[in-house]
Design a protein around this ligand. Sequence first.
Ligand code: GLC
Ligand code: CA
Length: 497
Amino acid sequence: MWYQRTVFYEIYVPSFCDSNGDGIGDLQGIISKIPYLSELGIKGIWLTPFYPSPRVDNGYDISNYYDVDKTFGTMEDFKHLLERAHEYGIRVIIDVVINHTSNQHPWFLESKKSKENPYRNYYIWEEKPKNNWESFFAGSAWEYEKETNEYYYHAFSKEQVCLNYSNPRVKEEIFQVLKFWLDLGVDGFRFDVINFLKMQRDKWPDNPYENGKQLHKYDKNQPGILKFIEELKSFVSNWNDKFLLGEIGEDYLEDMLPYVGKEKLDACFNFNIGSIENFDLKKIYEELVKCEKHQIVPTLFFSTHDMKRHFSRLCKEQVNHAKLLAFMMLTLKGVPFLYQGEEIPTKDFRPKSIEEIQDIQGRLWYNNAIKQGFNKEEAFALAYQNTRDFSRSLLEWKDEDLNEDFYQFYQTMIAFRNENEILQTGNYDFIALEDFVLSYRRTSGNQSITFYLNFGETEVLLPKGYQKVLGTQEESEVLKPMNAVALCLGKDESLKL
Ligand code: GLC
Ligand code: CA
């Protein structure tokens, strides 16, 4: 399917490109950047939520699934965006948040009115908090609502109320939402926290703790969820060629595997590779081998709007290191997902005070810490550790950046991938790690390319008889530290460079 041949680019709508100077990214801003994305070689974009929303969690709290938030533009703008992107050969997948809605969604406003309200059962109401479950942000997952003197369940902030998937009407409503956007012509979906839809509700067991941290054992990956995914897949199959990508909120490949496959999602975010805290080549290598073993085509990324930018986090703002990672992401087997601005490269934003922390997760950590008696400095330190503002600052877009070697390197690598089928679908002959040198050979038909990436501090000998196809250094018998090359045995005239 087309997605396997696509280099994607995540657009975090509020901070990508601001067209009207209000400091917030918008759809017109995105439209204005489509030629830029096309020049970069991008063939697919993932748009984070742009629907009407109080934006407590920057749009991951939807109050209307069928429209565009005024801050971002109008429905006409969205249609225009889709049309322009398609003209440029760029496919568009949209983020849908179906685990929860905003507490301002009309369904919830109805639901909380009375126990008899027809929408009551769209959400999860209980007389008392059922257990010790904590929200994934901070604090209890149960919130008291005085109108009916009951508690409702929310896995994230209290303004993001979890939908009740034990109620068949909820599924029907959500499928109508998908139908609406599919009919408009979107090319697929990114499903937000899709493994959270079902929880253990028979006995509502307490979640266990480990090292003072709650383990989310019973509030995700529960019975019924895979059946739901299959129904989702079968429903979307009524449209041709739609890409279903899941955010499975897990760090281990084993926990993601059940969700991906022919009758299920096409792919998921491989946090087992992408969300490493520190640069760890051995870990990356082992996870790639694991994906191979399970015949999973991984998504390839090291940054998203939920994590620190890898340019800062993994590369310590060293351009050579970042180039090596780009070389890797764009030559491995998998589906690359760049995060907006990484091609410039963009550094992390580092908030200096609580006022500069906008992310709900950061703010909740701060407030909770204050409640628990920490002083302001300590509370800020905790918020700083947990906030997701680092990767969310508004991009600057300076023309000079495009003349820089770094941007042009991204462009060259993406073009190399786009032009040569072997890089998109070629299999591995081998993948190996020796000291700090990662190598792999990809083959397709009688074509083959061998890649060497040297993350170490000493130069290594390259095998004899090969010719450089492309790389970060001149043709040489040795591979220098922090350099990478793609080699072919003799000259391959059919490769497009
Ligand atoms: C996903 C999103 C994140 C959001 C959360 C709740 O993890 O990527 O930004 O806060 O879901 O919707
Ligand atoms: Ca704007």
